[in-house]
Each structure stands twice: as structure tokens, then as C-alpha cells.
Design a protein around this ligand. Structure first.
Ligand code: 13P
Ligand code: SF4
Length: 319
């Protein structure tokens, strides 16, 4: 919008006045990522979003991301006010894991440790033994496997399959996927690689196995950024939401970052994978939520108390 600088200035002022901190995911609009970074907040992956919001002393946490991220912040900080620019920002993984069905599935397999991805509802977390994010899932499953535990993993089948291949753990999988990452296609990626022979391929583990198989690095959003800094290639093909390229270009100017191709877009893809729910976060609704204080994330206290156990287990493990 034409009045963008004024909106940004007003958001900065309100964050201070409300003793609020902005915690943003790499997939949200670059303007919001920059605001989070420049106002003492953070832009990061799901693990660091949870940790940062928990450790920050601010009374209000504003989560620019999708609902499970807001819920995780609220569960960890029931005494704080957690606001989101858009409460209807969902996640296909969360939507594909209704608590009643999931609970039945768990009941049918009482011999398995229940490990759920962060991308789930508070109720699903309350039914789980462990919560994991993509950056720590493999380590936690390897740890459980080493103890001889059998695992029930939900909801992302591609992430689960990847961890299973990496660790050799006995894993029973829920069948859901991310609508964004599921669209990456190996054949088009192969073609793209041919026209960019020096490019390294960085892949989020929510992608299909055929795409993961072509990766030079597989990991969380933060992991992908760190890998690019480490590998020092002149070009990268990145198979995750294109929002991440903003940080990569800021950190590594002069390096060429290309979005991995999705179905039908072939090697000319310019703007392929973008999470429709992450895109619901804008400067307009961020300003509005700070002005009005509406859109407060609420989690049933009893469910929150149970869900907190499995989230804290992960945070302790990550220390
Ligand atoms: P990260 O934890 O890797 O940021 O992933 C979150 C997510 O929703 C990926 O689609
Ligand atoms: Fe969920 Fe996929 Fe969007 Fe991440 S990108 S929030 S996994 S729908």
C-alpha cells in the first residue's frame, strides 16, 4: 500500500506500547519478517519460534504464522496474551488430523510411543508423548529407537518416511501431507538441475521421497538457511515455501536462489510454492490486531496443560 511506511511506523510504536514481541515464520511476507527482526522479535523455524516466544519477557506475543504456531506459544505461556493477525490461518497437516480419529488410532496401538509434528492442534498434542519439529524430529526418533521403542508418527507421511529411512525406527504413520511441499516434482527438478549444473539442492523433509532423494541437504527452514551458508555454492535450488528466499538473499547477496519447480511449471518456475495460510498474514491485519487486541489465541486450559508436557519434553531435549 502507498502508506506502507506509515503502517510500519505505527506497528513499531504499538509493539513497544503494548510490551509485545513479534515472532514470525520464514514463510510470511518479507515486510513482516523484517519488522520482526528489527523490533527485537525473531524470524525463524517452528522450533525457535516456540523457544523464543517462551523465553521473551514481553507480556504479549504476536505470532505471524499459522494457527498451530500461535497455539504452541499460548500453551507454553498461558499467562501471556498471544495474538495472531489471522486466526483462520490453518495448515493442511493440522486439518487432516481430527482429534477423534487420531485418538482412536492411538488407542489401537497402545504399545507405541506417540510422536506428533508441531503442525497439529492442541488436542492432538495433548494425546501425544512427544512433539517434534522438522529440525529435531530425526534426533528424537533416533533417541526413542535406541531405547527400543516403537513409534506412532503423525501427521506428515513424507517427514515420517524420511525419518524412518534415516533412523531405521519401527514407525507406524498417519497419512497426511503438506499441500505446498507435496507439489514439488522430481522430474521437473531433474530438468532444472540440468540447466543449473552448479546448483546445490536444498529440500524440506515435507517434500515427496523422490524429491528428497535428489537433495544435497534435507532439513528444517533454519537448517536450509544454515546449509546454504555452509556449502558456499554459487546457486541453490530450494524446495520449500518461497518466503524463505528473502532471508537467504539477505544473508548471501550475490548467490542465486531458485525456487524448486512444482507440477506443470517446469524449469521456468518463478513463484511456485507458497503456503496460502501463511500468506494471510499482512501488514494491514498485523496493525489491526495491535490496535484492537482482538484475535487472541485461546486454548482450553486443561488441553493446554496436557499438551505442554510433550512440547516441554522436546524443548528440554533440544537444550
Ligand atoms: P519448519 O519448522 O522447518 O520451519 O517447518 C514448518 C512448516 O510448516 C513447514 O512447512
Ligand atoms: Fe502447513 Fe504446509 Fe503451510 Fe507449512 S507450508 S504451514 S506444513 S500447509
Amino acid at each position: 500500500p502507498a502508506d506502507k511506511p506509515a503502517i510500519i511506523a505505527r506497528i513499531r510504536k504499538l509493539l513497544k506500547e503494548r510490551d509485545a514481541v513479534l515472532v514470525a515464520h520464514y514463510y510470511v511476507h518479507p515486510d513482516i519478517q523484517d519488522l520482526a527482526e528489527s523490533t527485537g522479535g525473531v524470524v525463524s523455524d517452528s522450533l525457535e519460534m516456540a523457544r523464543f516466544g517462551h523465553e521473551h519477557p514481553g507480556k504479549t506475543v504476536v505470532v505471524a504464522g499459522v494457527r498451530f504456531m500461535g497455539e504452541t506459544a499460548k500453551i507454553l505461556n498461558p499467562e501471556k496474551r498471544v495474538l495472531m493477525p489471522e486466526l483462520e490461518a490453518e495448515c493442511s497437516l493440522d486439518l487432516a488430523t481430527p482429534i477423534d480419529e487420531f485418538s482412536k488410532f492411538c488407542d489401537q496401538h497402545p504399545d507405541r510411543v506417540v510422536v506428533v509434528y508441531a503442525n497439529t492442534s492442541a488436542a492432538v498434542k495433548a494425546r501425544a508423548d512427544w512433539m517434534v519439529t522438522s529440525s529435531i524430529a530425526e534426533k528424537i526418533v533416533a533417541h526413542l529407537h535406541a531405547q527400543g521403542k516403537k513409534i506412532l508418527f503423525a501427521p506428515d507421511k513424507h517427514l515420517g518416511d524420511y525419518i524412518q529411512r534415516q533412523t531405521g525406527a519401527d514407525m507406524l504413520m498417519w497419512n497426511a501431507s503438506c499441500v505446498v511441499h507435496d507439489e514439488f516434482k522430481a522430474q521437473q527438478l531433474e530438468e532444472m538441475k540440468l540447466s543449473h549444473p552448479k546448483a546445490k539442492v536444498l529440500v524440506h523433509p515435507e517434500s515427496p521421497p523422490s524429491v528428497i532423494a535428489m537433495a544435497d541437504f534435507v532439513g528444517s527452514t533454519t537448517g536450509i538457511i544454515m546449509a546454504a551458508e555452509r556449502m558456499k555454492a554459487p546457486e541453490y535450488i530450494v524446495a520449500t515455501d518461497g518466503g524463505i528466499l528473502h532471508q537467504m538473499r539477505k544473508k548471501l547477496p550475490g548467490v542465486n536462489f531458485i525456487e524448486a519447480p512444482t507440477a506443470g511449471k517446469g524449469a521456468t518456475c518463478q513463484s511456485c510454492a507458497h503456503c496460502p495460510w501463511m500468506a494471510m498474514n499482512g501488514l494491514g491485519n498485523l496493525l489491526e490486531v495491535l490496535e484492537r487486541g482482538h484475535n487472541e489465541v485461546r486454548v482450553d486450559p486443561e488441553i493446554g496443560r496436557k499438551a505442554k508436557v510433550c512440547i516441554e519434553r522436546m524443548l528440554d531435549f533440544a537444550k
